[in-house]
Design a binder for this molecule. Structure first.
Ligand code: SAT
Ligand code: MN
Length: 583
């Protein structure tokens, strides 16, 4: 079942990049074994303790290549107006010219891997095929976990299916020449000089978000930076919820939440459908159905412990690639926030001896585990349902040490879109830049929207028109509000189930709420705090809306939204003005 378009493209890339050989990945066990062995021999992988971490490996990045590089990420649409102010733009011809200089002969001496992959469950009308060409076996090994790779993808593609194209080369990893270039009009990404996750696993942010968001705009669906979870109450009723938080703000933790004992005993369950990306389409009943296009988790390691996220920890006990974590003498891994005492000695993420007295952390703050989703103890039994799962609620949120209450609900879809567009969060280590600084990040998509975000907001509003009353309800949460001493008010992790419960109640027409200028807040009684041991006034602080702070917030939103110029839907500005006057 040859696909002549695919074959011709692969040949043309090989003619340009001049690899010593071309290898088509089939995704089999044997192939994976050979690749991993090869990586161990070449030093790209360190095999971890076979007893406690079977088939697990440690990889260390070039120390200059540890996060996404938004400054060097481009959307090369035909017109700069299509990329918008939140993206770097370059004319496609100019970028192709610049890349030709880099890619010419860039795979000399290396094998070129052709990696067909399927995004989404086999047989799903929401799934799509991508093909990544790469000269990095590390990238191939990660793609094998993160996607459904090889034969299954070629079968879905058939002899004339369409596919998204990605070309990736390590070249020399020189940060100065790094380019992550998207060509939405050609359904193409070219990425060079970085082997880091979001820059090099082109299935993830590049295809499933940046290019897919453009396809979604054109085809009437949504490609979002969202986890998907299934909440089951003691009566067995299921509520499917998506949540958009910026990178490294706890999407994986929320998707794998373990209910506190009191809730677990009563029969509450949270199960995982996805932890990072959701593709959402209308069903025939006009509801939005979501699939997780990925097959693995690329999770932040530091802070993952048996206390904070036992499900994630269990997921990465086998068949996992760890990148930039610390290595213990017994061949197991460690990172800051692992729980328990730090090891007396370890090898840090750069390969240097480390002790608890060392001045720097042992693991890089953005170190990661790449682990198969099917190994997750909390994976939902319908996570690969071809039709997707029907979404009742969408949550927006971020890291905000002040201003934002624990949770509130948008009274309408339009206001909810405004809430998403106005999202802001304190910076994390997932992207290069100053950690802690507040930045606006609409729908957690600022670095991932492949077109003008003004048009993107309009697309959200249009979908609301189409779905009408069947659209999910929209909420905003903030687990990160701090007191004057810098301590979090909310315990977070499993206890956040209490907030999910209120959200699910609201979706069923229950859950007491009070109206406030910013939306519906839970009444203190509606939010179950039994057994939480919150210090006095914490709940008040968590549910407080301070008009002065909020007026300043709306002013900062006015300034931010103005960046989108003419393309900003008037409705969003009106919501902002109306909110300010309510305050
Ligand atoms: O972009 S990555 O896929 O490397 C992770 C993230 O930043 O969300
Ligand atoms: Mn992400």
């Amino acid at each position: 079942m040859a696909h002549t378009g695919l074959e011709a493209w692969v040949e043309s890339v090989a003619r340009e990049t001049l690899p010593v050989s071309v290898y088509w990945c089939d995704g089999s066990e044997g192939e994976s074994h050979q690749l991993n062995e090869g990586l161990v021999r070449s030093g790209g992988f360190i095999r971890l303790n076979e007893k406690s971490l079977p088939n697990c490996f440690l990889a260390r990045s070039d120390p200059r290549d540890v996060a996404r590089v938004e400054e060097q990420t481009y959307i090369c649409s035909r017109s700069p107006d299509d990329a918008g102010p939140s993206n770097n733009w370059m004319a496609p011809d100019e970028m192709h010219g610049r890349l030709a200089g880099i890619m010419q002969g860039c795979m000399r001496g290396r094998t070129m891997y052709v990696v067909p992959y399927l995004m989404g469950p086999p047989g799903s009308p929401l799934s799509k095929v991508g093909v990544e060409i790469t000269d990095s076996p590390y990238v191939v090994a990660n793609l094998r976990i993160m996607t459904r790779m090889g034969r299954v993808a070629l079968e879905a593609l058939g002899s004339n299916g369409t596919f998204s194209r990605g070309v990736h080369s390590t070249v020399t990893l020189d940060p100065a020449h790094r380019h992550i270039s998207h060509f939405p009009d050609e359904n193409l990404v070219i990425s060079c000089h970085s082997n880091y996750g979001g820059n090099a696993l082109l299935s993830k942010k590049c295809f499933a978000l940046r290019l897919a968001s453009v396809l979604a705009r054109d085809e009437g669906w949504l490609a979002e930076h969202m986890l998907i979870l299934r909440l089951t109450d003691p009566q067995g009723r299921r509520t499917y919820i998506t949540a958009a938080f910026p990178s490294a703000c706890g999407k994986t933790n929320l998707a794998m939440l373990i209910p506190p004992p009191r809730y677990a005993e009563a029969g509450w369950r949270v199960e995982t459908v996805g932890d990072d990306i959701a593709w959402l389409k209308f069903g025939t009943d006009r509801r939005l159905y979501a699939i997780n296009p990925e097959a693995g988790f690329f999770g932040v390691a530091p802070g993952t412990s048996s206390r904070t996220n036992p499900n994630a920890l269990q997921t990465c006990q086998s068949n996992t690639i760890f990148t930039n974590v610390a290595l213990r003498p017994d061949g197991t891994v460690w990172w800051e926030g692992f729980g328990g005492l730090p090891p007396d000695q370890a090898i840090d993420w750069r390969g240097r001896d480390w002790t608890p007295n060392s001045p720097e952390p042992a693991a890089h703050p953005n170190s990661r585990f790449t682990a198969p989703a099917r190994q997750c103890p909390s994976i939902a039994d319908d996570w690969e349902r071809p039709e997707g799962v029907p979404i009742s609620a969408m949550i927006f949120g971020g890291r905000r040490s002040s201003v934002m209450p624990l949770v509130y609900e948008a009274p309408s879809w339009q206001y909810g879109v405004y809430v998403g567009a106005a999202m802001a969060s304190e910076r994390t280590a997932a992207a290069a830049g100053k950690v802690g600084e507040l930045r606006h990040d609409p729908m957690a998509m600022l670095p991932f929207c492949g077109y003008h975000m003004g048009d993107y907001f309009q697309h959200w509003l249009d979908l609301g028109q189409r779905g009408g009353a069947a659209m999910p309800r929209i909420f905003h949460v903030n687990w990160f509000k701090k007191d004057a001493a810098g301590k979090f008010f909310w315990p977070g992790f499993g206890e956040s189930l209490r907030v999910l419960k209120w959200i699910a109640d609201r979706c069923r027409g229950g859950g007491a709420a009070t109206e406030s200028p910013i939306g519906w807040l839970p009444t203190p009684e509606a939010l179950d705090t039994a057994g939480l041991d919150l210090p006095p006034h914490s709940l008040d602080a968590l549910l407080q809306v301070n008009p002065e702070e909020w007026i300043a917030e709306t002013d900062s939103r006015t300034a931010f939204l103005a960046r989108f110029g003419d393309k900003l839907p008037a409705a969003l500005l009106e919501e902002n003005t109306a909110l300010r006057s309510r305050l």
